[in-house]
Design a binder for this molecule. Structure first.
Ligand SMILES: [Fe+2]
Length: 203
């Protein structure tokens, strides 16, 4: 995914210019990753119905969400299809995000590179609903999967990246990265959010 046309404020900072980087060359900005789900057509209707009928909690920012589910609590076959697909991507996603960090993870054995969906929830954005700036520390990765995106829906903003959301699109980012959703000018934006844990040697 090329973000060059979607920068919100500035180009990504050079590593050496990061405010929090007092160790030159140690870390890098984390560019969110984009994947398109091959199963979208067969899962979106039932998952939208599941969220619309169960999203009763109003979040800070005005959107509605379902309760929190653990990653293994998958009430519908569609959850299995979606989450098995997401989990199949995690090895590659973490490899890409860790590439420029100098993390010892880059030398870790393949068999310990185990990542699982820890929890998830559904979100329904009515007109005027949004999500205030927050992050998902201490999880490893966070994700958004977009089920329905009416014309005029708000983007996802992760740090300086303004990410256009599209139906069937999965966005993955490092969980500590602050992100937000501006208030929606239209109703009906519907998605599943979740977090990923690093299982490592704990299996
Ligand atoms: Fe979030």
């Amino acid at each position: 995914m090329d973000f060059k046309n979607h920068k919100l404020i500035t180009q990504p900072k050079d590593i050496g210019d990061l405010d929090y980087n007092s160790l030159p060359g140690l870390t890098s900005p984390f560019e969110p990753l984009i994947y398109e789900c091959p199963y979208h057509a067969s899962i979106h209707e039932i998952l939208i119905e599941w969220i619309d009928s169960t999203a009763s909690v109003t979040v800070n920012g005005g959107a509605r969400r379902t309760k929190f589910y653990t990653g293994s609590d998958r009430p519908l076959r569609a959850h299995d299809l979606l989450f098995d697909w997401i989990e199949s991507l995690l090895y590659d996603a973490v490899r890409r995000l860790a590439m420029y960090t100098n993390s010892a993870y880059n030398e870790s054995p393949d068999e310990t590179r185990i990542f699982k969906i820890a929890d998830y929830w559904g979100m329904m954005y009515d007109e005027g609903g949004g999500a205030v700036l927050h992050n998902h520390f201490p999880y490893s990765l966070s994700f958004g999967y977009y089920l329905r995106v009416p014309e005029g829906s708000s983007p996802l903003i992760v740090e300086e990246y303004k990410i256009p959301v599209e139906e069937g699109r999965l966005v993955l980012w490092a969980a500590h990265q602050p992100h937000e959703v501006p208030d929606c000018e239209v109703g009906g934006r519907c998605m599943i959010a979740g977090n990923v844990s690093y299982a490592g040697v704990f299996r």
